[in-house]
Design a protein around this ligand. Structure first.
Ligand SMILES: Cc1ncc(COP(=O)(O)O)c(C=O)c1O
Length: 424
């Protein structure tokens, strides 16, 4: 069990790594509480982009030292991502424009499985990036789309999921964590249960999970998993894990001269090396953090260090969530509404992402007041997890979302401003 204070003891060092903290807007400090929309970029990421921009030629190859360097660099980044999510081989990692693009590419590659008589299961908990690709390709091919509903407590309805999966289900698309509510799904159990009922392929959207908790694709038992660089302290980039054994079921978009083997079959054109460099910088930062938190483990395998780092982040962020929930509970205003897991005993099932509302103010008005009164940036909208929001019969909600570089002091500023808004 990690010491909950590890991140706290490194807190000033951590914050100094994120240059955005020193920026001002309209002549004053600003407070970014919108990491669910995109995390801050760590300094390593920016330095790596600069340095590789000078040293790397675009084309990988095997003859000249520079092209060999590009080849080795790309291999290195694949290996780093594989270690980050516990994949067995670097070939299982491919690079895409975004997670949305990765999942559209995946849906296209699997299209021959979607036929009349077959069904695909998606959920109301998901971001549309993990619904629309399946609906688009599935329906176009004549398959049925089944949507798993939420319970009145806004949890994924497990019984409904297992009822909807049958022998004709070819694919199940699940989220790891809701970017609207911060709810973490018990994926290992869900996937194990549904794999007992069906041979369906399982795709996990891990975009909102990756910056908050350790991921292990083999423990999860999923076939595909995607996440985004810009939600994980790095640049815009979509990362897709495809289990090696799925290769014979895939027919991706592929330029004829491109290799058929994974990962090359996935990649359309030259890779965005600078984004790869930025991602490497962000993942290297997480490794540095793990080593600083556990100096005795500094020569442990990379996979283990990632796990230690994310365990420490998870523990720290759970404490942040507890602090938020405790302060929220103290507000007695009947104007406040909260959506998602509120019970402190269930804090392990949430990220520090909180959906809320103030009656009498539209989400856009509340966001504007936070900005005008205190320079605080929160989110409004449906965050593309529109079904969750529609389920509440709304068009938009506010969202406060934090990461490991935020502290209780940020929440104090948030609650002071909330108090001010409620009283004026
Ligand atoms: C949970 C979740 N899934 C998928 C996406 C889409 O990611 P990308 O912008 O890389 O396509 C997002 C982005 O907000 C997200 O929060």
């Amino acid at each position: 069990m990690p010491d909950p204070d590890i991140i706290l003891s490194l807190f000033n060092r951590i914050r100094s790594r994120f240059p955005t903290f020193s920026l001002e807007s309209e002549g004053r400090k600003r407070l970014y509480l919108n990491s669910g929309a995109g995390s801050l970029m760590v300094d390593n990421c920016l330095q790596a982009i600069n340095s590789y921009a000078v040293s790397l030629p675009p084309m990988p190859g095997q003859i000249t030292p520079a092209e060999k360097q590009t080849f080795e660099f790309q291999q290195q980044v694949r290996q780093l991502v594989a270690d980050f999510i516990g994949a067995s081989r670097p070939q299982e990692i491919s690079f895409h424009f975004s997670t949305t693009a990765a999942l559209f590419n995946l849906a296209f590659a699997l299209r021959s499985l979607f036929r009349p008589g077959k069904n695909l299961v998606v959920t109301d908990m998901d971001h549309f990036a993990n619904i629309s690709p399946w609906e688009n390709l599935g329906l176009a091919q004549g398959a049925e789309i089944r949507r798993v509903r939420l319970t009145p407590e806004l949890m994924l309805d497990r019984t409904d999921l297992l009822d909807k999966v049958d022998k004709d289900t070819v694919l199940v698309a699940l989220t790891g964590a809701s970017n609207a509510l911060g709810t973490i799904l018990p994926l290992t159990d869900l996937i194990s249960d549904l794999k007992q009922k069906s041979d369906a392929l399982v795709v996990v959207d891990a975009v909102h999970l990756a910056p908050h908790v350790p991921i292990d694709v083999r423990e999860l038992g999923c076939d595909f998993l995607a996440f985004s660089g810009y939600k994980t302290f790095g640049p815009m980039l979509g990362l897709l894990y495809s289990r090696q054994e799925t290769r014979d079921r895939l027919s991706p978009y592929r330029v004829e001269t491109n290799q058929e083997a994974m990962p090359y079959c996935w990649e359309q054109g030259m890779l965005p090396n600078l984004n790869l460099a930025g991602l490497k910088g962000a993942l290297d930062y997480l490794l540095e953090l793990g080593k600083a938190a556990h100096p005795r483990e500094s020569s442990a395998p990379t996979r283990k260090i990632f796990r230690l780092t994310l365990e420490a982040i998870k523990k720290y962020e759970q404490n942040l969530s507890l602090y938020f929930l405790e302060r929220w509970k103290k507000f007695q205003s009947p104007r406040l509404r909260f959506y998602g897991i509120e019970n402190p005993a269930r804090v392990t099932f949430r990220t520090p992402t909180f959906a809320l509302e103030v009656a009498g103010l539209t989400p856009a008005e509340l966001k504007k007041l936070f900005w005008e009164r205190a320079g605080i940036i929160i989110a409004d909208g449906n965050h593309y997890s529109a079904v969750v929001v529609r389920h509440l019969k709304k068009n938009a909600l506010n969202r406060v979302s934090l990461a490991h570089y935020d502290g209780p002091d940020s929440l104090d500023l948030f609650f002071d401003c909330l108090e001010n808004i409620l009283s004026h």
